[in-house]
Design a protein around this ligand. Structure first.
Ligand SMILES: *Cc1c(COP(=O)(O)O)cnc(C)c1O
Length: 268
C-alpha cells in the first residue's frame, strides 16, 4: 500500500480497515475473522490516541519500557484497549510485562514462559493498591494470553522457537512439541496460538510458504493439544499483509501501514 505520509491517522486507519476487508473478501474470507493490531512502536502517545479515536482497539509495542511509559500516558484510554507485546522479552522485564500487557505474542522459550507464569500468579496475590497504577486489574483465576513465536525461516537474527521449515523439520519439531506440552501445563498462561515474522528479505513465494508453514503448524498443534484454543494465527505486517490474509491469518500486526514511517526505525 502507498505510504500516504501526510494523511491524517483517522483516514489511514479507515483506509487500512477497508483494505483488509477487500483483500479478505477477494479470497473468500470473512473480514471479521481478522484482528488488526496497530504496532505503535516509536510513535508518541498523541498519535496513538488519534488511532484509538479512529477505532483501533488492539495496539502492539516491542519494548517493555517504551510501552510502559506510553501506556501510563494513555491511561485514560486504557479501557477497551488490548495491549500486545510483540518484541523479544528479557527475563528481567517479565514481571512488568506480565502486569502491563494483555497479550504476549513473543513467547519464545520455556524459561520465559515459566517466568511469566510465576509473575502472573504472584501479581494476582499482591494487594491492588501496591501495584503500579498502569497495571490493569485482573480477575481471580486470570490467565495471561500468549502466543508461541516460531522462527520458520532459520534467519539467525530473528527470535522465536527454532523451527525452520515447520512441520517438515522432524528433529526440531520433536523438541518443540515437548516444550509446548510443558508450557501448556503452566496454569497462569493461556496459549492462544502462534506468531511468526515472515522472511526479512524474501520473494513473495518464500513469504507465502512461511505463512503456510505457520498455518499447518497451528492445525497440527490444535489436533495434538486440544486443551488450548489455537484460534490465533498472528502473521502479516505492512509489506506482506495481503499474503497473510490469503494464507489464513487471524491477526495482522501493522505498523507503517497505519502510522507511516517510524520515527527511528529500530529492529524487530
Ligand atoms: C514492527 C513490527 C511489526 C510492524 O511492522 P510494519 O512493517 O511496520 O508493519 C510487526 N510485528 C513485529 C514483531 C514488529 O516488531
Amino acid at each position: 500500500m502507498n505510504d500516504g505520509a501526510d494523511e491524517p491517522i483517522d483516514k489511514r486507519v479507515a483506509r487500512y480497515m477497508e483494505y483488509i476487508a477487500a483483500t479478505a473478501r477477494a479470497c473468500g474470507r470473512n473480514p471479521d475473522e481478522i484482528t488488526l493490531v496497530a504496532i505503535s512502536k516509536t510513535h508518541p502517545p498523541e498519535v496513538i490516541a488519534q488511532a484509538i479515536a479512529a477505532g483501533i482497539t488492539h495496539l502492539g509495542e516491542n519494548r517493555v519500557q517504551e510501552a510502559r511509559t506510553k501506556i501510563a500516558q494513555l491511561a485514560g484510554m486504557r479501557r477497551g484497549i488490548t495491549w500486545h507485546l510483540v518484541g523479544q522479552l528479557q527475563r528481567n522485564k517479565a514481571k512488568v510485562a506480565a502486569g502491563l500487557f494483555d497479550m504476549v505474542q513473543s513467547l519464545d522459550s520455556k524459561s520465559l514462559a515459566e517466568a511469566l507464569h510465576r509473575h502472573v500468579a504472584s501479581l494476582l496475590h499482591e494487594e491492588s493498591h501496591l501495584l503500579p497504577s498502569e497495571f490493569p486489574p485482573r480477575p481471580a483465576g486470570y490467565r495471561l494470553p500468549v502466543l508461541l513465536q516460531v522462527n520458520l525461516t532459520g534467519e539467525v537474527r530473528k527470535a522465536g522457537f527454532w523451527l525452520p521449515g515447520g512441520l517438515e523439520n522432524r528433529e526440531a519439531l520433536s523438541s518443540f512439541l515437548e516444550t509446548v506440552e510443558e508450557i501448556l501445563a503452566l496454569p497462569s498462561l493461556q496459549v492462544r496460538g502462534v506468531m511468526t515474522i515472515g522472511p526479512l528479505v524474501g520473494q513473495r513465494e518464500a513469504i507465502r510458504t512461511t505463512f503456510r508453514h505457520l498455518r499447518h503448524l497451528r492445525d497440527y498443534l490444535a489436533q495434538l493439544f486440544p486443551s488450548a484454543p489455537w484460534d490465533i494465527l498472528s502473521m502479516g505486517m505492512t509489506d506482506d499483509a495481503d499474503l497473510a490474509i490469503e494464507e489464513g491469518t487471524t491477526m495482522l500486526r501493522i505498523g507503517r501501514g497505519i502510522f507511516g514511517g517510524r520515527v527511528d526505525a529500530h529492529g524487530i
